[in-house]
Design a protein around this ligand. Sequence first.
Ligand SMILES: [Zn+2]
Length: 506
Amino acid sequence: MSINSRLGGDDEHLVDYLKQKQTENPSFFYATGEQSNGNIFWVDPTFRTNYNYFGDTVRLDTSYKAHHHMPPLVSITGLNHHGQPILFGCGLLHYESDSAYTWLLQNWLHAMSGNHPVSITTEPDHRIQMAVAQVLPQTRHRFCRWSIFRETHEKLAQTHPTFHEEFTKCVHETETVDEFESCWQALVERYILLDNEWLQSIYNVRHQWVPVYMKDTFFGELYPTEEPSVFFDASTSMQSLVKQYESAVRSWHEMELKADYETANNAMPLVKTPSPMEKQVAGVYTRRAFLKFQEELVETLANRATKVEDRGTVTTYRVDKFGDGERGHIVRFNGFELKAMCSCRMFEYSGIICRHALSVFRAKNVLTLPCEYILKRWSRDANVANNNNNNNNFQEEEEEESNLCLRLRKEAMRFVEEGAKSIHIYNVAKDALQVATNKVAASKKRKTPEGEKEKKIRELRSELENTNERCGVYRANLLAVLRDMEEHKLKLSVKVQNARLSLKET
Ligand SMILES: [Zn+2]
């Protein structure tokens, strides 16, 4: 089928529109022509700017395929700091094939200066799978599980009405691979569906859609059970495509501005605990990201952390919820680096620290959240350079700021390692730490004439609080080293005494 027989003059109208956009702004990118087999793809300069800030996880939306009346509108979207969809690329795929998807992704990657995302979510389609493997080999590819749920429901709801609920639980509520595997096996056996072709086919690609297999990768989902929003409404028709496209972009942009405004103008939720950590995060995150964090923090009140193993710098805890006999989670805590890695991998998957790691922080009196657990992409300033003409120097400054925390921590680590080498050095180190703490406190009190440095000062202040907390932990560790040395000294003197006695006897 030719483009014109399917679309009439609409296609021409769209290309004219894209040409005009490029005349207005040479950075506007679009691709058409012989090689594209009649397909069209475009990237607005604002998509590229958004991608610079939120290009960690993307979604290739081809949901038009489920609606036969829809134009073949394909979009590449991401998530902004409010968890709202944002557009990274748009196209019309009149001819679907491996090469069409490859062409689309290649053009998109080219427009994004070759920067691969960490992860991509697409419909479960082997043509898309081939194209992603070819163009984005370093990117973790996930199939949209909502499409799989929908199709499973369509195929089995009539014959097995209660299956879907159990199936959803098996996918969403299992936390380890073994748990999922045995749950799946029990489920298909109970419903006598071992030979069901559809279930067999989705089981064969389980590594690409079942959460337990992908928890080590960032997908930006704050609530894994929540269905993702789509950028374009299903009512979009080819006849008014340009209008609908512009309206969708405008509408999402307005929603982002509204969310920015609400976050900036004290429409933040009330803090629910006296924890300094909650106050700290409320001042940094967007409303939506904060709400998720708050939910996790409040849950720590119902969780207890029990030490199960102590191996010097790394202590292992088991975190259980009181009362309901829930399975425990294992958290490995590094007291020197203030790192807590939980078996639920929520931080790796969503970028928000989980209740289990927070329970360990609480048990260890870590009162402010270490900065590596505050992702810039969820902060209210995540796209701050947009408001500053995207100046390169400014971007460099932003990157510089985000490195401050890391650099300071490395210096502190070196300091602790050196300081614990002997009792004499320990005393020198302790005094030096006090002097440094006083100096930082004094600089905190000084007024800053340059307004543009205020943000940096705020972050330094938060870093200072973190450092103070860390100093507490380091002090405790240094004292433990000191105690060990004293003990060792005592044992040695007893040995010397015994040796003397035995010499006398002989
Ligand atoms: Zn956890």
